[in-house]
Design a protein. Sequence first.
Length: 762
Amino acid sequence: MSDLPELTDPREPAPSAAAGEGGAWHLKDLNETQLQAVEALDGPVLVLAGAGTGKTRVLTTRLAHVLVQGRANPLEVLAVTFTNKAAREMKERVAALLGRPVEGWWVGTFHALGARILRSHAEACGLKSNFTILDADDQVRLVKQLLETYDIDEKKWPPRVLSGIIQRWKDRGLTPGKVPEDEASVVAGGAAITLYGEYQERLKRLNAADFGDLLLHCLIVFQDQPEILKKYQDQFRYLLVDEYQDTNVAQYLWLRLLAQAHKNICCVGDDDQSIYSWRGAEVENILRFEKDFPGAKVVRLERNYRSTPHILAAASALIDHNEGRLGKTLWTELGGGEKVRVVGVWDGEEEARVTGDEIEALQARKQPLNGIAVLVRAGFQTREFEERLITLGVPYRVIGGPRFYERQEIRDAIAYLRVVAQPDDDLAFERIVNLPKRGLGPATLQTLHKLGRAEGISLTAAASRLIETDEIRPKARQTLAGLLDDFTGWRGQVETMPHPDLVAMILDQSGIIAMWRASKALEAPGRLDNLKEMIFALEDFEDLAGFLEHVSLVMENDDPAVEDKVNLMTLHGAKGLEFDTVFLAGWEEGLFPHPRTLDDSGGGLEEERRLAYVGLTRARRKAIVSFAANRRIHGKWQSSLPSRFIGELPEDHIDVRSAAGLYGAGRQGSRGGLGEGVAVFGGAGYGPRKRGKRRKRGETIDEARFEAKFVDGDEAAFHIGDRVFHRKFGYGRIVSVDGGKLEIAFDKAGGKKVMASFVETV
């Protein structure tokens, strides 16, 4: 039997006395505040819908109520959602309430509705009504052409980066002439405005628009041709907007213009769940609603149907530390439930172990795995949990992204390692032969395949033969020969160099690290984090072959037929979801809140606190927060303090335990123990310890030096003649310096070539 309390389904709130037996049939299941939000049809309305308060029911019932009351026909209602899925669900629910499908109404995403308007007035912005909407890849290709035209170095300004900058300007409603000069001057060598303007002109010549244009062009048309704006203002008697806290500037301006005539706009959102500023969302849009629409009615949905009282009290006390909020407090009529558990562990490995053991205990009590989630601040944190669940044989899925070893950068790195271990691995060789780009294009690869098929040999063997002939261009031949030499050199180190060191060297010399370090893509830092996590994961294996075998088994271990799985995801990816049990991992300073947000001048810390609030309110029955005294972040061990957010949780609603006490009678720390960082570890404290798992032949990586190399690419100032120390080869003197590679005459080991990352001056 499960010891979890029985809760009412949040989608089925209890009938309200306010609706009564004599009330309208479609209103019968609403509570009092939900009913207020639905029936307030005249003038602007802001519905502050807390987590689990029945927001979707309010949205759909309000739409149905407008139609049932005869206030408008479907063509006169504009309902905006953030996803196509939400739009479909809204249509289906309203149809179910009315007992019939609704035809002709305007329900969809901002982009879909903007495109619908734009196709009717395309000529007003220089397009034809059959214009093409470019996807992200087409946008990048067009920017790439412009960079070539203006002779701008793609390595300094990758097309994808510049395309992203242009899109963010559009999200702010900025045409080329409105981009601030000081902002544009630092982009693409000061040519950003010229490039943006030329980009727009080329789009027009192609009779095309990108996603940002779908609203930006509408704004231009509305501002330049007021008669068109008036047409839509008169048409849309009622506007309904979901997730208003996530709107960007262009969306905000578009809505405000359309609402000016009737002012019957209802925005539903939660300022406490605004966590997407990095995607352009402006929490200020919801905070200034009453200023934008004087006399607006504000309805707070605070009755929660999802979570236990302890979870809600903890979440409410936490978010109350934010100053930039309109204010509400969640409550529930549900009784019972456990306190929020706060668990202190020694390190990330132990965190994964105790989490896995708790999941097994829940599974033994017949709790479905689908109702369990592990939520992390950064994607690289999932690896240790994945490894532990695989060891336990517990099926899992990663929501919002691939599993750790399926990620692009990890698969690329592993392909290099597979070719080192097995030269005849054609699939791996083909994947990385031109990664990073080294001028070995399709023609070279086609020649390799042709020879390989004709001779019945691998691509690596074919390459070895081709470099001795004139079958391929001299430059490609030289590049291919260099790549083969690299692989030969790496294979020669397999038996003599600790395998984590070898993999670090391969990623450095191959150019993989430099490629991601130079990338200005938003995901680049995360990809570097994942590569570092992979390198340190190697320490758990005897050798490279053992690691590759493990990866193969992990990739094979996923059974798509198994539907009941534990959910792993980031806190950002969890918004809108709910689970019976939620594990909130890694609540430490330096990880969560993220160090980039600690300067609160830009509101970053408050957004991190909103993210913590979102995480807590995903839990229906159990919420377990964990933090580690030591954690390896970005490749190096560091002692950690509990997150400030733990200190903001109310004492009456949390249960602080050490890992040993996770299952019952373990020693519980005092409230003060969280601040001191000692009690939850039974007095062990946070004193720094040198941590390095023993690897093959007993070497440990020089983490500080490795970190500097991996992240920044800054070489230590090594010079010929310097006296140095290497943990494997001992003392020696530098003979030559070649970038990150050193040739050293060691006192006992003789002449060796080693990576600068692994030696230190003496």
